[in-house]
Every structure is written in structure tokens, then in C-alpha cells.
Design a protein around this ligand. Structure first.
Ligand code: AR6
Length: 173
């Protein structure tokens, strides 16, 4: 039996500059933009991405994209071919939502498999505006990708700062 092994890499930088088949956006259910990495992707990718998100809201996703799910659009003028939008959970100290955080990764990889994407880059979903503690966000991200069974060959985690890059390197060791 052939067992696909996904290679996991860490780079520090801005995900909008990464040349891969698909970059993942830490979006919100509305899909119409926001701050953080979402704002950066729409700014750098141009209006084509928002136009396709609007069309999705008018057709397949009238109530928006549920937390833990994922959907692809064009990447506009980004170096990537697709943006896979996913919605991580807002962190809650009183309720364990980690299954939704892992689902954001696994559903994104399922969408990537459907597209035939071989190289995919992720930001650390939920670790910014949504308040997920960085060390656990990294742990959930790496374990979700490792356990996913995806056909994607290379997953690149894009750390926005040196602290996040260090946490990722520790988790991968
Ligand atoms: N490249 C890579 N990582 C980035 C970039 C970038 N250009 N910009 C920020 N990050 P966040 P969330 C990191 O807040 O927590 C938006 O308003 C950032 O340092 O972007 O899932 C959406 O519309 C952090 O580590 O996403 C939603 O409403 C990580 O990306 C909400 O924020 C995620 O931070 C989603 O919140």
C-alpha cells in the first residue's frame, strides 16, 4: 500500500508573498473580509477574491461559511493559484473548541485535495483576533495536518513573527 507522507515546513513572513498552489485564509463566516491575515490577503490579491466571495454568499453559502469549514476561490493577483478560506473558532477558556480548530485545517486540506493542490501554506488559524493561545494553536495545527491523511505533498506554516516560528520549530522537533 502507498502511504502519502506530507512534508511540513515552517517559514517566517507574509503569507501573501508565498508561491504555492494554495494559501489558506483565516477568514470569518461572512467571507467578506476583515483584519489580520484576511485583510492582508484581500489587499494583496485584489478585488477578484472579494467578488468571488460575494458570489458564494449569493449562491452556495447564503448563511456564510460555518466555523471549521473551508471553501476555495481564485487568488486574484497573488502568486498562489487559489485561496482556501476557512473559519477557525474564537478561543474560549470555558469551552473546548479545539475540534473546530483542527477541522479548519483538515477541511482546508480536503478542499486542497479536491483542487489537486500539492503545496499549501497556512497561517496559524485563530491565533490572532480570535485569541487562541499561540503554543496550543501551533500544537493543534501540526497534529491536525499530521493526522489528516491528505494527498498534499508540502504544507508550509507561515509564522508572522519570530516567536511563532520558534514555537512551530519546537513542535516539529
Ligand atoms: N501572513 C501570515 N500570517 C499573518 C499575516 C500575514 N500577512 N497577518 C497576520 N498573520 P488573524 P484569526 C497572523 O487575526 O485569529 C480577521 O478579521 C497573525 O499574527 O489574522 O483566525 C478575520 O476576518 C496570527 O498569528 O486570524 C476574522 O474576523 C494569525 O495570522 C478574524 O480576524 C491569525 O491571526 C480571524 O481571526
Amino acid at each position: 500500500m502507498m502511504v502519502a507522507v506530507t512534508h511540513i515546513e515552517v517559514v517566517q513572513g507574509d503569507i501573501t508573498q508565498i508561491s504555492v498552489d494554495a494559501i489558506v485564509n483565516a477568514a470569518n463566516s461572512g467571507l467578506l473580509g476583515g483584519g489580520g491575515v484576511d485583510g492582508a490577503i484581500h489587499r494583496a490579491g485584489g478585488p477578484e477574491i472579494l467578488a468571488e466571495c460575494r458570489r458564494l454568499r449569493e449562491t452556495a453559502l447564503p448563511d456564510g461559511l460555518p466555523t471549521g469549514d473551508a471553501v476555495a476561490t481564485t487568488a486574484g493577483r497573488l502568486p498562489a493559484r487559489w485561496v482556501i478560506h476557512t473559519v477557525g473558532p474564537v478561543y474560549s477558556a470555558g469551552e473546548d473548541r479545539s475540534h473546530l480548530l483542527r477541522s479548519a485545517y483538515t477541511r482546508s486540506l480536503e478542499v486542497a485535495d479536491t483542487l489537486g493542490a500539492r503545496a499549501v501554506a497556512f497561517p496559524l488559524i485563530s491565533s490572532g483576533v480570535y485569541g487562541w493561545p499561540a503554543a496550543d494553536a501551533v500544537h493543534q495545527a501540526v497534529t491536525a495536518v499530521r493526522d489528516s491523511g491528505t494527498s498534499v505533498e508540502t504544507v508550509t506554516f507561515v509564522a508572522f513573527g519570530a516567536d511563532m516560528a520558534g514555537l512551530l520549530q519546537d513542535e516539529l522537533r
